[in-house]
Design a protein around this ligand. Structure first.
Ligand code: PFF
Length: 454
């Protein structure tokens, strides 16, 4: 029997649930951030740590967000208020909304860059350029022009244009089309890369671990990447789960999403590293990896311009299905807590995020370059603070909430759809969220920010 859902929207189909949620998880995190972090932190060893965190922390946090979101059917702030009236847990929800502002600001900056590169790929702006020329082109574009600002607003406009249509007609309708397209493009690029001469070198880099590269900052980076990539720790999944039908199997959905996300990150690595090694380039070029190194590689391979275009379309699509999920967190908050219409909430959210976004987009511009903290510019501060601090902190409180406050009984009822599903894994899940995930999170976090030395 369907429970009363009031006038609140929900996703219409099972595929819609997975496309939307996996769409949130799969993004620049997988294709832009994962490969360069892996390159910087020792390749396969980083991957091993990453995978261990996905299982021990990522999936339990994701399931906990699903439990909170679907039982409360509210935005993250409202959800905590509803499930823990009069208690300060709502602060966790507020922190999530704040993190959404920060992530959307710097994320849309990079998403905008992908549009510039699509434009360059179409108009032949990348053709015939040498490595150093491409590197100059990237820095001049990023540091010394207004173009990133235009692309930022265009991307923000596209995101808002989807969100304004709501859950079914906006989010679900777009992601069920975009996700399969994304997947097909990625497979084509993976095959292209693997069939280059010397490709095995890159595969070896990705799959043969060297643990000497793993230090506390690499471990923190892996943890931050798990949170960022799986979209966990800030209430995005609380928000999406608040639109899941009551019949949905939460464990099944969390596995589908985690698997898709990990698989896409690996495929992106498989599409990128063989090409990098095949053309004898040093991996670990940092955030410029996909905007400088890859265009250079595309120049040298047959059919390169076409593959460059495909690659940047892939990045843009992946980014779009993620930015909509982050904007939805803020929009759900505005509509439910400030009683705004969806339309007003969308444009207010987009407008306010754009102020921070403008600062992030201009972070390398002479106008803003001087504003730094610990040597990081505005963009880097937003990226570091949200991924490595706010999301793991949010995840810590989310698991504590379900484990110790919400409790096993209510969590079991939600996970088993009130007894309709067999859920024999619940004791194991409870063990993970009571002890393993919070302790691991606390240690890695304190160690990573230097408050604890192991
Ligand atoms: N998971 C997205 C990615 O990997 O690109 C980014 C992201 C989306 C982070 C939503 C956080 C979030 F709430």
């Amino acid at each position: 029997m369907e429970k009363q859902q009031g006038s609140r929207e929900s996703f219409a189909t099972k595929f819609g649930v997975i496309a939307a949620t996996a769409g949130s998880a799969v993004g620049l995190g997988n294709i832009w951030r994962f490969p360069y972090l892996t390159g910087e932190n020792g390749g396969a060893a980083f991957l091993v740590v990453y995978l261990a965190f996905v299982v021990a922390i990522g999936i339990p946090v994701m399931l906990s967000e699903f439990v909170i979101g679907r039982s409360a059917r509210q935005n993250p702030y409202g959800a905590f208020r509803k499930l823990a009236p009069g208690k300060p847990w709502y602060l966790v929800g507020l922190m999530g909304v704040a993190a959404a502002f920060m992530i959307l600001a710097f994320y849309t900056t990079v998403a905008g860059w992908t549009l510039e590169y699509i434009y360059q790929a179409i108009t032949g702006g990348l053709t015939g350029k040498s490595g150093p020329q491409l590197s100059d082109m990237y820095t001049q574009f990023r540091d010394g022009s207004w173009r990133p600002v235009i692309w930022f607003f265009l991307f923000m406009g596209m995101t808002s244009g989807i969100i304004v249509f709501g859950v079914k007609k906006g989010i679900e309708k777009s992601t069920v089309i975009l996700m399969p397209v994304l997947f097909i493009i990625l497979v084509i690029l993976g095959i292209r890369s693997l069939t280059l001469p010397g490709a095995m070198e890159g595969i070896r880099f990705l799959f043969r671990p060297d643990f000497s590269k793993i230090d506390s900052s690499a471990i923190l980076a892996a943890l931050g990447q798990v949170f960022f990539s799986m979209s966990i720790g800030m209430g995005t999944l609380i928000t999406y789960a608040s639109y899941f039908p009551k019949k949905d199997n939460l464990l099944g959905t969390s596995f589908s999403v985690a698997l898709t996300d990990t698989f896409v990150a690996l495929l992106a690595g498989i599409a990128i590293f063989p090409a990098v090694f095949s053309f004898h380039i040093e991996p670990g070029f940092g955030p410029g990896l996909v905007f400088v190194t890859l265009p250079g590689i595309f120049q040298q391979m047959p059919g390169g311009s076409f593959f460059a275009l495909l690659f940047f379309v892939l990045l843009a699509l992946a980014a779009l299905t993620s930015t909509i999920s982050v904007l939805e967190v803020i929009v759900a908050f505005f509509t439910e807590e400030l009683k705004m219409s969806r339309k007003a909430a969308t444009w207010t959210a987009a407008g306010t995020v754009s102020i921070l976004g403008l600062m992030s987009t201009l972070a390398w511009n002479p106008l803003m370059k001087g504003i730094t903290l610990f040597g990081k510019n505005v963009f880097e501060i937003l990226d570091f603070t949200s991924a490595n601090i706010l999301l793991p902190a949010g995840g810590f409180f989310i698991v504590l909430f379900v484990a110790w406050f919400f409790g096993r009984e209510k969590a079991s009822a939600e996970l088993s759809n009130d007894g309709a599903l067999k859920a024999g894994y619940i004791p194991f899940y409870m063990f993970l969220i009571r002890f393993i995930a919070p302790v691991a999170l606390a240690i890695i976090f304190l160690n990573g920010i230097g408050l604890l030395r192991l």
